[in-house]
Design a protein around this ligand. Structure first.
Ligand SMILES: [Zn+2]
Length: 223
């Protein structure tokens, strides 16, 4: 899943308005942001198998440190707890912890049964929605629209760049989503990992958007 994770970050702003969209994106995408790093370190493994699933050629051979349920819970507790120590904002800490774990839960419907419950677990789950391009597009686009609508209801642009930066991010995400869906499979696992590192750009982009937006009057002061 790609767009659905960003939808979680956008939607979480409603629950934790004082937490920056950049931090929420980091939380919602943390597992996929660490994954290419661990691939390059050789700690996790993926194989590109063109045609494996209609919407994804990736055979996630081993990714227990980023994509086991236990690891997601630990990452969520560490990131959420760390945020609370530095920011003393319980709602933000809860939103961050939940967003990290929600990443794993949202990967479950789309992945093949390759998501382990804990490192070394022989039980792996996934419902394989990626076998259908149509359902994949419907789910991802619906989630993104819902997330962006929620975000734009609880925030409003301070100036024009608050709208433009958001619209540009949504456009780039949609382009990446369709390029990954209909474009050629990456040439190598290493190239895939290096290209995936580019997703880190959406974290500072989120901070940039957030600085140019403010809480909408409808939803009152920051809580
Ligand atoms: Zn993932």
């Amino acid at each position: 899943m790609l767009l659905g994770h960003y939808a979680v970050a956008f939607a979480a702003k409603r629950y934790a308005p004082r937490t920056s969209l950049g931090t929420l994106i980091l939380a919602a995408q943390l597992l996929d942001l660490l994954w290419p790093v661990f691939l390059l370190l050789g700690w996790e493994r993926v194989h590109i198998v063109p045609g494996l699933m209609a919407a994804s050629p990736l055979d996630f051979e081993s990714y227990p440190i980023t994509h086991s349920l236990l690891a997601a819970l630990v990452w969520g507790a560490v990131f959420g707890g760390g945020y609370h120590v530095f920011r003393r904002y319980p709602r933000g800490a809860i939103a961050i912890g939940a967003a990290v774990v929600l990443h794993w839960l949202l990967d479950v419907p789309v992945h093949r049964a390759d998501l382990p419950l804990w490192p070394g677990s022989s039980m792996k789950i996934g419902f394989g929605l990626w076998n259908s391009v149509g359902l994949t597009i419907f789910l991802e686009i619906s989630l993104l629209i819902a997330g962006v609508v929620m975000y734009t209801r609880v925030t409003r642009p301070r100036e024009r760049s608050g709208t433009r930066a958001l619209a540009a991010m949504v456009a780039v995400l949609v382009v990446i989503f369709f390029a990954a869906l209909f474009g050629p499979a990456p040439h190598s696992e290493r190239m895939l990992a290096v290209a995936s590192l580019a997703l880190w750009v959406f974290v500072p982009w989120g901070y940039w958007i957030d600085r140019h937006r403010e809480p909408s009057r409808l939803h009152g002061p920051l809580s």
